[in-house]
Design a protein around this ligand. Structure first.
Ligand SMILES: Cc1cc2nc3c(=O)[nH]c(=O)nc-3n(C[C@H](O)[C@H](O)[C@H](O)COP(=O)(O)OP(=O)(O)OC[C@H]3O[C@@H](n4cnc5c(N)ncnc54)[C@H](O)[C@@H]3O)c2cc1C
Length: 448
């Protein structure tokens, strides 16, 4: 689909001139990069965010817009609680309507075993002060009146929220700019400039910028960038499809999901709907390179992942995608300004059927727009938020693994403090860069 927001490169919003030098340069204008830029600028740092295409052009505008504490990995939960608090503040501070609403998130369990998984997670919620609770079958019926479902119960978090990502992240970028960050769209960073073993700047397609600190927040492209600098980061991406319907009556005010259906009402009166947790996965060279690191994820994701044989050219892990270049050459980042893959209409239609079966009185929703995004994931499905020990001056903030929109503001705050060598206020051990070299088998954690 060509008319998805931010695919149009003739309408760039941010064209700040690149300075000769800055304190910190951020690679990537998704929510991780934008929020890091905002918090650094607020601390008085001279910060530049370089985005190869459009701010929020990739995952950060394509997501469901769920701001979810529910089901988070225990290590992420305290950061997510902070993010939830920050969203309330930021929604006021941006001075624009970003569709932020605290409307709760609900998981529907069709099997007793799903309910038990949810119940096992509840102590983590309690410890973090999150108001999640298990629901009985009768309570589910009360929350979803008129629905035809065989749910044995569910999990509900009233303080979870939602926002419209395609409004929120550009608005946050404007906020970062007001705080003093420089933003430059259509400006790929080609490589790090390393002097005496340390970061001394970057080479962009528009020239060199001197700086002592670089944050790599390149979403699905981070591994490709890192590898070209000699840094191995076992990151792969899956394609996730979603759609917007035409306006329909409201059935639930917040986000709701089970493995075959996920939906939430949109500010425009329709729904954002997707097929629960199913994805498509393209086999590229990194899929083979990092197979060992991902073997636990492969096992647990077999049922929900559709394998596609050849990763298309130009994708971060495409067979024809260049892996090495010199700073004076065009790179894969410029060849694919906005990664805008085609959605899987089969799974989207299955989700629509499921919605129609669940609310027969509403009829089958009609699609207004369908799209897809490439979700970057790491073997344990939690990000790297760390300095790279072998490259002083480089911080990595990537691998937000399908749930980075909600946590994005706090990721930005944490990464800004990492850059400034201040106490971050959270235990970041689980997010270390070195965990991939520890010899431990990393499993997708207690997150759903
Ligand atoms: C369909 C879908 C549904 C989702 N639903 C949710 C949800 O409901 N809730 C939730 O919390 N999360 C959700 N997510 C995940 C969430 O969108 C991501 O985790 C989050 O947006 C990642 O942000 P990011 O900044 O790390 O990456 P991105 O948003 O992908 O941004 C990275 C940016 O870096 C740029 N870039 C890369 N390399 C370079 C370079 N060399 N030079 C310059 N720029 C570069 C890219 O162009 C890109 O714009 C969903 C994702 C998808 C696709």
């Amino acid at each position: 689909m060509s008319d998805f927001p931010f695919t149009d490169l003739s309408r760039l919003e941010h064209q700040d001139a690149l300075p000769e030098a800055c304190d910190t340069l951020i690679i990537g204008g998704g929510i991780a990069g934008v929020m890091t830029g905002y918090f650094l600028a607020k601390q008085g740092q001279r910060v530049v965010v370089c985005e190869k295409g459009r701010i929020a052009g990739e995952q950060s505008s394509r997501n469901w817009g769920w701001i979810r504490q529910q089901g988070r990995h225990p290590a992420e939960l305290p950061i997510m609680v902070e993010a939830n608090r920050l969203w309330h503040q930021l929604a006021d501070e941006v001075g624009e309507d970003i569709g932020f609403k605290t409307t709760g998130i609900l998981y529907m369990a069709s099997e007793q075993s799903e309910l038990e998984t949810y119940e096992r997670w509840l102590p983590f919620a309690r410890q973090a002060g999150v108001d999640s609770r298990a629901l009985s079958a009768q309570e589910m019926a009360d929350y979803l009146p008129g629905a035809r479902g065989n749910w044995v119960g569910g999990l509900y978090t009233p303080s979870d929220a939602r926002a419209e990502p395609w409004l929120a992240v550009p608005a946050l970028a404007r906020l970062a700019k007001r705080a003093g960050a420089l933003l430059r769209e259509h400006c790929a960073v080609r490589s790090l400039d390393i002097t005496a073993g340390k970061v001394s700047g970057v080479w962009t397609e528009a020239g060199r910028v001197r700086c002592n600190q670089v944050v790599l927040a390149g979403g699905a492209w981070s591994s490709l960038f890192a590898r070209a600098q000699g840094i191995a980061l076992p990151q792969l991406s899956v394609l996730a499809s979603a759609m917007a319907t035409n306006p329909m009556p409201a059935v639930f005010p917040g986000g709701a999901a089970d493995p075959a259906l996920a939906f939430r009402p949109r500010a425009d009166g329709g729904y954002s709907i997707a097929h629960g947790f199913s994805h498509d996965f393209y086999l590229g060279p990194d899929a083979f390179r990092y197979f060992g690191a991902f073997r636990e994820q492969v096992k647990s994701g077999l049922k929900t992942t559709r394998l596609r044989l050849a990763a298309p050219n130009g994708f971060p892990d495409g067979w024809g995608t260049a892996r090495h270049w010199i700073p004076s050459e065009e790179t894969p980042f410029e060849r694919m300004r906005v990664l805008n893959p085609a959605p899987n209409m089969r799974t989207l239609n299955a989700a629509l059927d499921r919605f129609a079966d669940t609310w027969p009185s509403l009829g089958r929703p009609t699609i207004r727009q369908a799209w897809a995004g490439m979700i970057d994931t790491l073997p344990d499905e939690i990000p790297v938020l760390d300095r790279v020990p072998v490259v002083p001056g480089l911080v990595i903030a990537t691998g937000l693994s399908g749930h980075g929109f909600g946590i994005g503001p706090a990721v930005g705050r944490v990464v800004a403090d990492l850059v400034m060598e201040r106490a971050v206020g959270h235990d970041l051990t689980a997010f270390s860069f070195n965990r991939f070299n520890s010899g431990r088998v990393l499993k997708p954690g207690l997150a759903f």
